[in-house]
Design a protein around this ligand. Structure first.
Ligand code: 3AL
Ligand code: ZN
Ligand code: ZN
Length: 512
C-alpha cells in the first residue's frame, strides 16, 4: 500500500500544481481585465436569456395589444397577440405583468452626463442608474459640461474610456460644433468618423469655457460636412438680443424673483436664432445645396413666433426637427417660487399659456420628440440658499422622471400611450439613427419599460432617486403618476423594484 502511494504521489503533485497554475492564471487574467468581460449573469436580474413577457397592454407600432413578447439573446424574437397564449413549454420563463404597460424603453437624446471632468455634477454611473430607474434604456450624451468637451476624436476617446463598465443603459454621444472645428473640417471629420451620432452647437454663450458659441456662418460650414455623413446638427437656438445679459446684474431687478430672470431671456432670443436657422435650412430641401444635412432645434420653449417659423420651414420641406423638454410641459413661470433656482434653465420656463400651446404642438405632431435636457451641477452652484436666479447654474435635473412627468401632465391634455411611445422612443430612435431601437417589433433590441400608469407616488425623501444630487431636482416634493416597475436593456433586466443589476452592461453606441 505504502508502495503504491509513493508511486502515485509525484503524479498527484504534478496534477495539483497544474491545477494551481491554471487557477492562478485565471485569477490573474480576472484581475488584469476585471472590467472587460463581466460575467453575464451579473448583467441582468433574471437568469434567462430566452423568455417571454406578457401583459394586457403592450404598446406596439400597430397599436396596443394584449399578448406576449418573446425575448431571445437580447432581441425581440416574436410578438404574439392573445394574453396567456405564449408557448406552453416555456411556462417557467414567462413574466406575467398583468395590466402593467409594456412599452419600448425611452430614448433620451438630450442628457448631460458630465463625465469625464465634472463627475461631481453627475457621471456615467449615477446618470445611467437614474435612466434605468426611469425606464430610459438609451441616452445620448451631450458634448459639454464634461471636461474637456467632446469636440475631437481624441476627446471622444476620453468619453469612451470614462464610460467603460459604468453604464447601466446604452449610451450614444453627440460631438460639439465649435468655431475651431467648424473652420478646420478635418477635426470635425475626425470626430464624425470616430462615431458621434451628430454634433451640437450653441448660438449663445454655453456657460462652459471650452465650448464657445457658433455664428450662423460656422453652422453653415458644419452643415456642409454633416450633409456628407447624413448626421444631424443639434442647435441651442437662442441669440442674445440686447446688452442686458444675465451676468450684468445692475438695474435688472430682484435677482430672487423668477420674473427678473425670465425677462432677461425673452422669446425674441429664440425667435432670432430660429430666423437665422431657417434661412439656412431652406438649402437642406431635396435638390438644395445642403441636401442630406438636418437641423434639430433642442429644447424649444417659445410656442409662439419661434414655433410658427419652424412649422413654416417644415411645410416647405426643410430638413428640420424640434424637441421640447419635460420641464416646459410640466411647469409655468407663474408657479415658480421666488428664490427656487432648481427651476432655472435656458431657455426659461415661460407662462401657462405658452405651456398650453406647447402641449397643443406636441399633440398635433409639430414638436417631433421629447427630451429631458438633464443638466445637473453641484448644489453650491445652484445657489439654493441665496436663491439668486441670475447667478445660479442653469440646468434642470430630471432624467429619472421623464416618463411619469410627461404622462402625469400630458394625460390632462389627452396624451395617449401610443403618442408617448412615439415621442419618447420611435422618433428619437429615428432621429439619432438607432435603427434597432425605439419600437417593440421583431428583430429590434429588447429595450423595454414596464410601468403602471395609474400608480401614484410621492417624490419624497423615501423615494429611491438615483440622480447624484436629488435635492437639485425641481420635481422633488411632487406627486406623480406612472410608476416604472422594470427596465430591460437588450434583454437584460437592469432595474426591478428599486434595484439595479449587479454589473453595468450598457454599451456605447457609435455611428458607422
Ligand atoms: N451647459 C448646459 O448644460 N446648458 C443647459 N442648461 C440649460 O438650462 N440649458 C442648456 O442649454
Ligand atoms: Zn441648450
Ligand atoms: Zn442641454
Amino acid at each position: 500500500m505504502e508502495h503504491v502511494l509513493w508511486r502515485v504521489l509525484p503524479l498527484l503533485t504534478i496534477l495539483v500544481s497544474f491545477g494551481v497554475f491554471f487557477y492562478l492564471q485565471d485569477s490573474y487574467k480576472a484581475q488584469l481585465y476585471p472590467l472587460i468581460k463581466l460575467p453575464e449573469d451579473k448583467c441582468s436580474l433574471l437568469p434567462h436569456s430566452h423568455f417571454w413577457i406578457s401583459s394586457k397592454r403592450i404598446v406596439t407600432p400597430q397599436g396596443i395589444i394584449s399578448g406576449s413578447v418573446e425575448i431571445n439573446e437580447g432581441k425581440i424574437a416574436s410578438v404574439i397577440e392573445g394574453y396567456g397564449k405564449q408557448g406552453k413549454s416555456m411556462q417557467e420563463e414567462v413574466i406575467d405583468y398583468g395590466d402593467a404597460v409594456v412599452m419600448p424603453g425611452l430614448i433620451d437624446v438630450h442628457v448631460h452626463l458630465d463625465e469625464p471632468g465634472r463627475t461631481e455634477w453627475e457621471g456615467f454611473d449615477t446618470g445611467t442608474r437614474a435612466a434605468a430607474a426611469g425606464g430610459v434604456t438609451t441616452v445620448v450624451d451631450m458634448p459639454l459640461n464634461n471636461h474637456p468637451t467632446t469636440v475631437s476624436k481624441e476627446t471622444l476617446e476620453l468619453k469612451l474610456e470614462a464610460a467603460e463598465n459604468k453604464i447601466y443603459v446604452d449610451v450614444g454621444f453627440w460631438g460639439g460644433l465649435i468655431p475651431e472645428n467648424a473652420l478646420n473640417t478635418s477635426i470635425l471629420e475626425g470626430l464624425l468618423s470616430a462615431g458621434v451620432l451628430g454634433v451640437k452647437s450653441f448660438m449663445c454663450p454655453s456657460g462652459i469655457n471650452d465650448f464657445p458659441m457658433t455664428t450662423i456662418d460656422h453652422i453653415k460650414e458644419g452643415l456642409s460636412v454633416l450633409a456628407k455623413y447624413r448626421r444631424p446638427l443639434l442647435v441651442h437656438a437662442e441669440i442674445q438680443q440686447d446688452s442686458k445679459n444675465h451676468l450684468e446684474l445692475n438695474d435688472i431687478g430682484d435677482p430672487r424673483a423668477y420674473l427678473t430672470y425670465l425677462n432677461t431671456r425673452p422669446p425674441s432670443w429664440e425667435e432670432a436664432a430660429i430666423t437665422e436657422l431657417v434661412g439656412v435650412t431652406k438649402d437642406t430641401r431635396i435638390g438644395g445645396p445642403l441636401e442630406g444635412a438636418h437641423v434639430h432645434i433642442v429644447h424649444l420653449s417659445d410656442s409662439r413666433a419661434s414655433l410658427d417659423l419652424i412649422k413654416e420651414a417644415k411645410g416647405h420641406g426643410d430638413s428640420l426637427s424640434v424637441e421640447t423638454c419635460s420641464h416646459y410641459l410640466a411647469f409655468s413661470s407663474e408657479e415658480i417660487p421666488n428664490g427656487d433656482t432648481r427651476f432655472k434653465c435656458s431657455p426659461p420656463i415661460r407662462d401657462a399659456f405658452n405651456k398650453e400651446k406647447l402641449w397643443e404642438a406636441v399633440l398635433e405632431g409639430h414638436i417631433d420628440l421629447l427630451s429631458s435636457d438633464h443638466s445637473p451641477t453641484v448644489p453650491e452652484l445652484k445657489l439654493l440658499e441665496e436663491g439668486d436666479f441670475l447667478r445660479a447654474w442653469g440646468g434642470i435635473s430630471s432624467l429619472q422622471f421623464d416618463l411619469p412627468v410627461t404622462w402625469s401632465h400630458g394625460k390632462k391634455y389627452g396624451v395617449t400611450l401610443e403618442q408617448l411611445s412615439l415621442l419618447w422612443s420611435k422618433k428619437p430612435a429615428t432621429f439619432a439613427g438607432l435603427e434597432s431601437k425605439g419600437a417593440i417589433a421583431v428583430g429590434n433590441h429588447a429595450d423595454v419599460v414596464v410601468w403602471q400608469p395609474e400608480q401614484e407616488f410621492d417624490l419624497d425623501d423615501d423615494y429611491p432617486v438615483f440622480l447624484k444630487h436629488p435635492s437639485l431636482s425641481a420635481y422633488m416634493g411632487r406627486r406623480l403618476s406612472g410608476k416604472v416597475l422594470d427596465t430591460f436593456v437588450r434583454g437584460n433586466l437592469v432595474f426591478k423594484d428599486g434595484k439595479h443589476a449587479p454589473a453595468a452592461c450598457g454599451v456605447p453606441i457609435l455611428a458607422k
